[in-house]
Design a protein around this ligand. Structure first.
Ligand code: GLU
Length: 435
């Protein structure tokens, strides 16, 4: 029998066009990342095709009545990429540019991330193509509730557990939890994570992603002989992830010298007051106009003189057009998918150490896991316990990835994929195919 393409032993059918790796959207980038790891999977490579197809993808129409009485329709998605290791897990994003390809890629990165830190979940993600800043609070609530009802087919505390992502927060999780609970006739706190603490949320969850970014950053810095005290840090996106990470680095003696977000870019060579900037962003919605720094041209941000660069906004930010300018020794991906494969290669060739999203920003889902466990047992932990467990998981996961990277002489991204894909495909192999 001949095998014209694909893994020996598999019969490979042509991929549907939306899965075509030539269309390099986020999903195409993810497929390239899987291709890079396949030679390291040994006999498990037989199962690799499983990672290249989402298990389920649901597209839903979300109609709502606007405050002015008109009816508006939005497109929503929930994708379960892989459920071999446990229920689906991953956030919900509200953004005007959300597409199915993007949600598919984000769901796949959740599978990798969850396996990399060894929490017992598969990967999933959801989103609505909407600019939530254009909706009133009442419209946002109606949108969230209708979307939750529509994806009610897929979600549930033991099936698939959403969480916050870009432009979603604790209030939106509270509405999702309530809607699901009303539909099933019982309060089900464990159906979403990232809830307010008074509704079964976990202490430490809001800061967890930024804390994880800081933790792996310190671990990597130690290994390359970089001092955090005095290190210059540039951050793109100063919301939940970038703001917390920036503040933790500043608390540890680093200097946050440049920050960029959708409102502009700011610079202060002496290091800006990260806590004051967080407060400014919360009040005004962005970094522009912050009194403790000068405005800087957006185009100058990537080439800024710094030691640590933290993209913590959206995907596709570090590209072949700007990666060559990067002066940092280390990039820590707070966002999901901020670096294109071309930029990844440019940074690697320059000797810039890239700490990939699938390990660097896994602190959020790690504390989501703690929240889910606390909800199931109805027994809540202290913030110190949560942070200590988070730091331990992040350090152990990072150490394992670092070792695989050294042994195989590969990037940390490929090393994380090796660790994660082996866990997922081993589970797949042990479970077998049914029916
Ligand atoms: N949206 C976050 C992420 O991309 C958190 C997901 C979760 O907690 O389930 O990792």
């Amino acid at each position: 029998m001949s095998h014209p393409s694909g893994t020996p032993g598999n019969i490979t059918h042509p991929l549907p066009s939306y899965l075509d790796p030539q269309h390099l959207g986020p999903w195409g980038i993810y497929l390239q990342q899987v291709d890079r790891v396949t030679p390291y999977l040994g006999s498990l490579a037989r199962w690799v095709e499983t990672l290249k197809r989402p298990k389920r993808a649901l597209i839903v129409d979300v109609p709502i009545e606007m405050d002015d009485g008109t009816i508006a329709h939005f497109e929503g998605y929930r994708v379960q990429h892989n459920l071999s290791r446990g229920p689906g897990k991953g956030g919900v994003r509200f953004h005007q540019d959300v597409t199915l390809s993007e949600v598919m890629a984000l769901s796949a990165w959740m599978s990798i991330k969850n396996a990399a830190v060894n929490v017992p979940y598969g990967g999933a993600k959801g989103g609505i193509r909407v600019d939530p800043k254009k909706l009133s609070r009442a419209e946002l609530e109606r949108l969230t509730r209708r979307y939750t009802s529509e994806i009610g087919l897929l979600i549930g505390p033991t099936k698939d557990i959403p969480a916050p992502d870009v432009n979603t927060n604790g209030q939106i999780m509270a509405w999702m939890m309530d809607t699901y609970s009303m539909n099933v006739g019982a309060t089900a706190t464990g159906v979403v994570t990232g809830k307010p603490v008074d509704l079964g949320g976990s202490l430490g969850r809001v800061e967890a992603t930024g804390r994880g970014v800081f933790t792996v950053g310190c671990e990597a810095a130690e290994r390359i002989g970089m001092q955090i005290a005095g290190a210059r840090v540039a951050v793109q996106g100063f919301g939940n992830v970038g703001g917390t990470a920036g503040r933790l680095f500043a608390d540890a003696g680093a200097k946050v010298v440049a920050v960029q977000d959708h409102t502009g870019s700011i610079y202060n060579a002496r290091g800006l007051d990260a806590a004051a900037l967080q407060a400014h962003v919360q009040q005004t919605g962005g970094v522009a106009g912050f009194a403790g720094a000068e405005a800087m041209a957006n185009g100058d941000f990537w080439g800024v003189d710094c030691d640590i660069l933290i993209p913590a906004a959206l995907e596709g930010q570090l590209t072949q057009d700007n990666a060559g300018k990067v002066k940092a020794r280390m990039v820590i991906e707070g966002a999901n998918g901020p670096t294109t494969p071309e930029a990844d290669d440019i940074l690697n060739d320059k000797g810039v150490l890239v700490l990939p999203d699938v390990i660097a920003n896994a602190g959020g889902v790690t504390v989501s896991y703690f929240e889910w466990v606390q909800d199931f047992s109805s027994f809540f932990w202290t913030e110190d316990e949560i942070n200590a467990r988070l730091v331990r998981i992040m350090k152990e996961a990072f150490a394992a990835v670092w070792q695989v990277a050294q042994e195989n002489k590969v990037s940390l991204r490929t090393a994380t994929f090796i660790v994660a894909c082996k866990r997922i495909l081993h589970a797949r192999e042990m479970r077998g195919l049914y029916p």
